[in-house]
Design a protein around this ligand. Structure first.
Ligand code: 5GP
Length: 213
């Protein structure tokens, strides 16, 4: 971006069923792009083995989470698989104001809440992407592949995944998942295109100097 132009940050909301690879896409993009960051969510679910507080999630107990909701700390929150999940405003708003792109991996209820926001900064920044699996068999295969859940948890996730997948038409973009590299290339292309939208560009100061004028 030259001296004369500034771009407003993008708020990229990514949803999809468990096993769709949405977290990996968001993490990989934000980890490889100097202008993007990942909004670490808060949750009341117990940490999985290897998960680190503040990196994978901000782990809260229910009372602490509910106190945060009452204080207005959350941009959105929802109950998913019997636990509370939410995005802290502090993970998003400052970055957007500074022109950085923020990636959020949230469920369809959370995405609907962000989409319904009346805050102009959120409305202008928002891009929503759904990661859809090509069929039911692939959904089951990917859910089983994780191997981190009990059979009951797996059954619940499968029901939720089927239900969640019905929401793809509500998103501006739907990426039908193929393999990791193809998905990442498509995801990067969506963000590259969104970064070029004229409506995101601001003249920082004075008139831009055009060559030869
Ligand atoms: P997991 O427990 O497997 O990490 O996540 C379960 C679900 O919660 C996923 O669909 C994930 O997208 C969703 N989720 C994670 N963080 C948030 C959040 O901050 N808000 C909402 N609404 N959903 C979230």
């Amino acid at each position: 971006m030259g001296d004369h132009f500034q771009r407003g940050g993008i708020l990229c909301v990514v949803s999809g069923p468990s096993g769709s690879g949405k977290t990996t896409l968001c993490r990989r993009f934000s980890g490889s792009d100097g202008n993007a960051c990942y909004a670490v969510s808060a949750t009341t679910r117990a940490p999985r083995e290897g998960e680190v507080d503040g990196t994978d999630y901000h782990f809260f107990d229910r009372a602490g989470f509910e106190a945060g909701v009452a204080r207005g700390d959350f941009l959105e929150h929802a109950e998913v698989h019997g636990n509370l999940y939410g995005t802290l405003k502090g993970e998003v708003l400052g970055h957007l104001a500074a022109g950085r792109d923020v990636l959020m991996d949230i469920d369809v209820q959370g995405a609907a809440l962000v989409r319904a926001s009346t805050d102009p900064a959120i409305r202008e920044a928002l891009v929503d992407v759904f990661i859809l699996l090509p069929g039911d068999e692939e959904l089951v295969r990917r859910l089983q592949g994780r191997g981190t859940e009990t059979p009951e948890q797996l059954a619940l996730r499968l029901r939720n995944a089927r239900e969640e997948s019905r929401h793809w038409p509500e998103y501006r973009y739907t990426l039908v998942s193929a393999d990791k590299e193809t998905d990442f290339a498509a995801f990067r292309s969506i963000l590259a295109g969104e970064r070029c939208r004229s409506s995101r560009l601001r003249i920082a100061f004075g008139e831009p100097k055009l060559p030869g004028v």
